[in-house]
Ligand binder design. Structure first.
Ligand SMILES: NC(=O)C1=CN([C@@H]2O[C@H](COP(=O)(O)OP(=O)(O)OC[C@H]3O[C@@H](n4cnc5c(N)ncnc54)[C@H](OP(=O)(O)O)[C@@H]3O)[C@@H](O)[C@H]2O)C=CC1
Ligand SMILES: CC(=O)N[C@@H](CCC(=O)OP(=O)(O)O)C(=O)O
Length: 344
């Protein structure tokens, strides 16, 4: 049994970890932290978890208690894992960080986008970017894993087959992405109010979003050269879901793109390439650790349109984190992650 600690148990990704791990046959959550709710029983805060975590209550983060776990998940705002990861690794505990703290390989670039100095640059060399479809072998050996962001997961999985095969003009890629409101976290903010977000939709951070350098880093690796990427996120009136519409120009029109995508993801348990002509819906992945993809080439032109959908809280965060844990501990990668999406 893998003994699990979670730092930041009251946010959306923290409670989603609890929901997924409640069904995991080889993992037991033994510590869950919240400074503001310390002492409260988990089931008293989240009634959906009644009967699953009897006796487990939130506690203040304490390195000694967390260091007795086999693995600690950070479901916290950026900067928190910087402060605690080093001590936990020294105690022999593995770290899976859902925040952006260890996603960018360059500490200066991280500081530029996150507006504060990087708090643990000495750990960057060993941190593994936890996208299993790319880094499965490195994840097996890792002590510290950076779980990819939600937009970066949907966008990279959609572009990867084209770039790895050298089939797209890497200098002009476009990612037009929509997110549900839970992507902004559980913290109270005017921008997340029902009356601000329902029956409306808007783009934001067009000038530059902090996921841009993360996506660019992954696509550069796939293409083997610099990429030119325009990334425009949108806030949409749904709770969960990311829908990425990706555009690229193909350099060889004769290639069967459907076959290319099917081959690339043939052995991936959590990437579903849909039949030609499909239009994946975000609700088909709601609650599921799946990225569902369709590839189109409208009017047989040279522009490829890839549609890629995930649940931001599952394949875009907590599900992907559990997938990483399974790989890290030599378990079946699918354990605890067999939920289908929810229709309607
Ligand atoms: N929402 C999403 O779709 C996605 C989120 N992420 C990332 O996952 C992380 C968590 O996101 P989300 O669940 O939305 O976050 P929330 O902001 O909703 O929750 C944050 C949690 O962290 C705890 N926390 C805050 N500050 C500290 C601190 N200094 N020390 C210890 N614990 C702290 C809070 O509890 P308390 O203050 O009581 O201690 C709370 O439980 C973020 O980095 C986010 O960017 C990644 C992908 C998708
Ligand atoms: C809708 C919405 O606000 N989404 C968030 C991104 C999701 C997220 O939490 O990203 P990190 O894990 O990289 O912090 C945003 O645009 O800031």
């Amino acid at each position: 049994m893998v003994k699990v600690g979670i730092v930041g148990g009251t946010g959306y990704t923290g409670v989603e970890l609890l929901r997924l791990l409640a069904q995991h046959p080889q993992a037991e959550v033994v510590v869950i932290t919240s400074r503001s709710e310390a002492g409260l029983a988990v089931a008293d805060m989240y009634p959906n978890l009644r009967g699953h975590y009897d006796g487990l209550a939130f506690s203040v983060p304490d390195v000694k208690t967390l260091g007795a776990c086999d693995v600690v998940f950070f479901a916290t705002p950026h900067g928190v894992a910087h402060a605690l990861a080093g001590e936990l690794l020294a105690a022999g505990t593995k770290v899976i960080d859902l925040s952006a703290d260890f996603r960018l390989q360059d500490a200066d670039e991280w500081a530029k986008w996150y507006g504060q100095p990087h708090g643990a640059p000495q750990l960057l060399e060993e941190a593994v970017y936890g996208l299993p479809e790319v880094n499965r072998e490195q994840i097996k050996q890792a002590r510290l894993i950076a779980v990819p962001g939600c937009y970066p997961t949907a966008t990279q999985l959609g572009f990867l087959p084209l770039l790895e095969a050298g089939l797209a003009d890497a200098s002009r890629l476009i990612a037009d992405c929509k997110s549900g409101v839970s992507g902004a976290g559980r913290g109270a903010a005017v921008g997340s109010l029902y009356s601000e977000t329902s029956e409306s939709m808007k783009a934001y951070a067009v000038k530059g979003h902090r996921h841009l350098p993360e996506i660019r880093q992954g696509l550069r690796r796939a293409a083997g050269k610099d990429v030119g990427l325009t990334f425009v996120p949108h806030l949409t009136p749904m709770i969960r879901g990311i829908h990425s519409t990706l555009y690229a120009t193909v350099v060889d029109r004769s290639v069967d793109l459907q076959a290319l995508f099917e081959k690339r993801y043939a052995n991936e348990p959590f990437v579903d390439v849909m039949p030609a002509g499909s239009h994946p819906e975000t609700r088909s992945v709601r609650g599921a650790n799946v990225c569902r993809i369709a590839v189109h080439r409208p009017q047989d032109g040279d522009l490829v349109v890839v549609l890629s959908v995930i649940d931001n809280l599952v394949k875009g965060a907590s599900g992907q984190a559990v997938q990483n844990m399974n790989i890290l501990f030599g378990l079946d990668e699918k354990l605890g992650l067999s939920h289908a999406g929810m229709l309607p």
